[in-house]
Ligand binder design. Structure first.
Ligand SMILES: Cc1cc2nc3c(=O)[nH]c(=O)nc-3n(C[C@H](O)[C@H](O)[C@H](O)COP(=O)(O)OP(=O)(O)OC[C@H]3O[C@@H](n4cnc5c(N)ncnc54)[C@H](O)[C@@H]3O)c2cc1C
Length: 412
C-alpha cells in the first residue's frame, strides 16, 4: 500500500494540469488512468491541433458556457485564459491565435500541448500509474480519514485528498467512462443525467441524398415549443443529420428541451429579407423567363441541393415565366424557411462534450472541493458544466484543475 498526499483519477487535460499545481505545492502526487498513455482525448482536440483556449475576456468565456456559467466565475478569475496562455508559453510552448480568438500551439500539434504538460509534471515529480483499472474507492473515516483506491494487480493506494478528473462520457475510444459519475453518487452527490452536446441533430426527413453537402452563410433556426434558437454560419448534412459549426452550437442550446414536434429551419438567403428576395426574383425572372425553375434555382443554391429542394416545393420543372405569384411566394418561403422535422439529438457518446455531470450546487466553486465530503474534488468535464466550441471547454478543464491543485497546500 502506497500513500500519497494527492491522487488524481484521470490523466486528461484537467487531471494533468491539477497534478502540476498540487505537486508544485509540495504534495506527493499520483495520477491514475486506465489508458496506456496520458491525454488521449486532448490528442484529438481541435482536429489534432488542440484549440487550448480562447484569447478573450472572462466575460466572453462566461457567455460561451452553456451550463452553469456562474459556477465558473471564480475558477476563470483564479486561472484566466491569459493565465493559460502564460502557463504554456512560459513552459516553452509557442502559441498562435486564429480566427475567433482560438488559441493553438504554433506547431499545430496537440501532442506538443501534452508534451508540455508532461514535462511540467516530471519537473514537479508527479507520479503516473497507467493501464490501471480502478476496482473500488472508499474513504476510511477513522483517525486517518484516508481515501483508499483499490486497483487491478492487487495494487492499493491511499491519499489524503482525492481529485476526480475522469471527464465526460463522450468518445469512449479515448478512455471516457462514467466512473466519475459513479464515484460522485457513491459519495452522496447528485449527478445530472448526461445529455448530448456539440453533436449532430438527427432529422426525420430523408436527407440521405444530401450527405456531405456543406452550406456557408446560412441561418439555422431550431424551434422547440415556445423557444427558438438561431445561428448564422456554416453547416453540413450527413445522411440523417445536420452537423457543422452552427448545428453543433444549436445542439448544446436545445439539449434541455423536449424536441418532440421541433423543427429545424434553414434560411438559405439570410442577407435578403422576404421583400428584397421577391424584388431580386422579379428582376431576374426577365432574363430567365424562358428557362426552367431548375436552371434558375441553380443560380441560388448549391447544385446538389436543387433536386431535393424542387421535390420539396413540388412545383414540377415549369418555365420561370409560367410561375404564378403564389408559386413564386412558395419558392421564396422555402428559401427563407426550409423546414426539416427534428427526430432527436445524436447519441451522447458522439458529442464533442457531454452536458450534465456532477451537480455544481454541491461543489465549492472556489476550490472544486465537494461540499459533502472533505478532501474530495471534482474537476473538468465530469462536472455539470459545458461550453460552446472555441477553446472554452479546455479552459474549463484548466481553470477548475488550477482551483483544486492550488488549494491543496502541501509541505512547501
Ligand atoms: C473530438 C473532440 C475535439 C475537441 N476539441 C476541443 C478543442 O479543440 N478545444 C476545447 O476546448 N475542447 C475540445 N474538446 C473538449 C475537450 O477535449 C474536453 O472538454 C476536455 O478534454 C475535458 O478534460 P477532462 O480532463 O475533464 O477529461 P478528459 O480529457 O476526457 O480526461 C479524462 C481522463 O480520465 C480517464 N478515465 C476515464 N474513466 C476512467 C476510469 N474508469 N479509470 C481510469 N481513468 C479513467 C480517461 O482515460 C482520461 O484520460 C474536444 C473533444 C472532442 C471529443
Amino acid at each position: 500500500m502506497e500513500n500519497y498526499d494527492v491522487i488524481i483519477i484521470g490523466g486528461g487535460a484537467a487531471g494533468m494540469m491539477a497534478s502540476i499545481f498540487a505537486a508544485r505545492n509540495g504534495n506527493k502526487t499520483l495520477i491514475i488512468d486506465h489508458n496506456e498513455k496520458l491525454g488521449k482525448k486532448l490528442f484529438i482536440t481541435g482536429k489534432g491541433r488542440c484549440n487550448l483556449t480562447n484569447n478573450s475576456s472572462i466575460e466572453t468565456h462566461l457567455n460561451n458556457i452553456v451550463t452553469n456559467s456562474k459556477f465558473m466565475y471564480s475558477a476563470l478569475n483564479a486561472f484566466s485564459p491569459e493565465d493559460t496562455i502564460n502557463f504554456f508559453e512560459t513552459n516553452g510552448l509557442k502559441l498562435k491565435t486564429e480566427r475567433g480568438n482560438r488559441v493553438f500551439p504554433a506547431s499545430d500539434k496537440s501532442s506538443d500541448v501534452i508534451k508540455t504538460l508532461k514535462n511540467c509534471m516530471a519537473r514537479y515529480g508527479v507520479e503516473v500509474s497507467l493501464n490501471t483499472e480502478i476496482l473500488e474507492v472508499y474513504k476510511d473515516n477513522g483517525s486517518n480519514c484516508l481515501f483508499h483506491i483499490l486497483c487491478n494487480g492487487n495494487k492499493e493506494y491511499t491519499c489524503n485528498s482525492l481529485i476526480v478528473a475522469t471527464g465526460g462520457i463522450s468518445y469512449p475510444g479515448t478512455g471516457a467512462t462514467d466512473l466519475g459519475y459513479k464515484l460522485a453518487r457513491q459519495f452522496g452527490h447528485n449527478v445530472i443525467e448526461p445529455r448530448p452536446a456539440l453533436c449532430p441533430i438527427v432529422v426525420k426527413d430523408d436527407i440521405s441524398d444530401l450527405n456531405g453537402l456543406s452550406l456557408k452563410n446560412v441561418t439555422l433556426t431550431i424551434n422547440c415549443g415556445s423557444k427558438s434558437f438561431s445561428e448564422f454560419g456554416e453547416m453540413m448534412f450527413t445522411y440523417n443529420s445536420l452537423t457543422g459549426p452552427i448545428a453543433l452550437t444549436l445542439s448544446s442550446l436545445i439539449n434541455k428541451f423536449d424536441l418532440k414536434n421541433s423543427v429545424a429551419e434553414i434560411d438559405f438567403k439570410p442577407a435578403l429579407i422576404h421583400e428584397k428576395l421577391e424584388q431580386k426574383f422579379l428582376r431576374e425572372f426577365i432574363d430567365f423567363a424562358k428557362k426552367d425553375i431548375k436552371t434558375y434555382l441553380n443560380t441560388l443554391l448549391p447544385t446538389r441541393l436543387v433536386p431535393y429542394f424542387m421535390a420539396k416545393i413540388n412545383l414540377g420543372n415549369k418555365k420561370v415565366a409560367d410561375l404564378t405569384k403564389v408559386e413564386r411566394t412558395k419558392i421564396i418561403n422555402s428559401l427563407k424557411k426550409f423546414d426539416l422535422k427534428i427526430k432527436s439529438l445524436d447519441n451522447v457518446i458522439v458529442g464533442i462534450v457531454s452536458s450534465g455531470g456532477v451537480d455544481t450546487k454541491e461543489i465549492n466553486s472556489k476550490t472544486c472541493e465537494s461540499k459533502l465530503v472533505k478532501n474530495l474534488y471534482f474537476i473538468g468535464e465530469v462536472l455539470d458544466v459545458d461550453a460552446l466550441t472555441g477553446g472554452f471547454n479546455l479552459q474549463i478543464a484548466w481553470s477548475t484543475a488550477y482551483l483544486a491543485g492550488n488549494s491543496l497546500k502541501g509541505k512547501l
